[in-house]
Design a binder for this molecule. Sequence first.
Ligand code: NDP
Length: 278
Amino acid sequence: MEQSVILPSGEKVPALGQGTWHMGERSAERKDEVAALKAGLDEGLSLIDTAEMYGDGGAERVVADAIAGRREEVFLVSKVFPWNASRKGVISACERSLRRLGTDHLDLYLLHWRGGEPLAETVAGFQDLQRGGKIRYWGVSNLDADDMRELHKVPGGEGCATNQLLYHLNERGIEWDTLPLLRGSGIPVMAYCPLGQGNLLKNRRLEQFAERYGMTAAQAALAWLLDQGDIMVIPKTRSPQRVAENRGALEISFSEEQRAELNDVFPPPQGPRPLAIV
Ligand code: NDP
């Protein structure tokens, strides 16, 4: 395996994976989406992130086509809506996701964001799923530092394997408190929207940085996250060419000078900020 990130269990997972938001929404694009995900698997980007939300289950169906016949290569992640996250609700939602994905287990199942269900209920449901062999690990998404402290107090809460958070060069708020807290507990972050949904790549200073060092803006943005060593990164693209480009980020290592340049253009937070989400 190429660069990997270590889960609290000690298991290594690929640092660079693939996102699937907005896949499975339009049938005309389905072929490209499946082809891009397959190209990513061929390139070793074998962590695939999806959710029951994406395309109303359509993204999970696209993933099913992409992973057919090669399930064992994939570290498969899906997410449950907060309103399905009661103890019983997570089990039914997971079973629906498994059917759409054409598999009998998820590697990681995340609470998509915090809603009205008590965290203790959701964790109990996740543990039931683990005992039943339906999921290997569970985690959360969009939980801030206070939520994480609360999670750690509920029975079984210490079993959380990751927190999937909005994190890219232009959105560094989690570095103030949430990221240090997670690092202190040995919980790796999974960075979503690592390209700022494509908008980050229009930043002229990032483009200039990338040109100067012979990389693309997307590679610079992804390499900046990968450079930290303990962040899983899940860019989404429906283009096999872009998959190859994004994979190129794994070949890049930054010098201290390059890190300082990026810090200058995209400064770290100077104080606490409410957790940014998309
Ligand atoms: P990303 O930051 O990954 O950006 C995706 C956009 O960038 C797409 O428009 C894509 O276009 C474009 N793109 C990809 N690669 C390149 C490239 N090399 N050059 C130029 N443009 C490129 O945004 P996402 O919102 O998709 O986030 C990534 C994943 O994170 C999601 O797909 C999802 O799995 C997860 N996520 C989780 C959330 C949560 O609440 N937990 C919230 C949001 C996302 P194209 O496809 O046309 O190539």
